[in-house]
Design a binder for this molecule. Sequence first.
Ligand SMILES: [Zn+2]
Length: 68
Amino acid sequence: MAKRKIRIVRCKCNYDLAFGAHTCPYCFRKTPLHNRYWFWALIGAIGLLGGTAILPSLLGAELAMAGQ
Ligand SMILES: [Zn+2]
């Protein structure tokens, strides 16, 4: 079986970009942000932070309701 690179994003020049590539090897344009590893890492981090920030405030609101 031949090793295949992950190619999800297609460049404006129709070249199938390798995931993680910063520039297109064909036309040298910058690749979209969602073709970078750190972009998805950042999304995950924001999701985690958002989840941990929202949860205590939800619990706090519930406790405040119960206290009334
Ligand atoms: Zn290109």
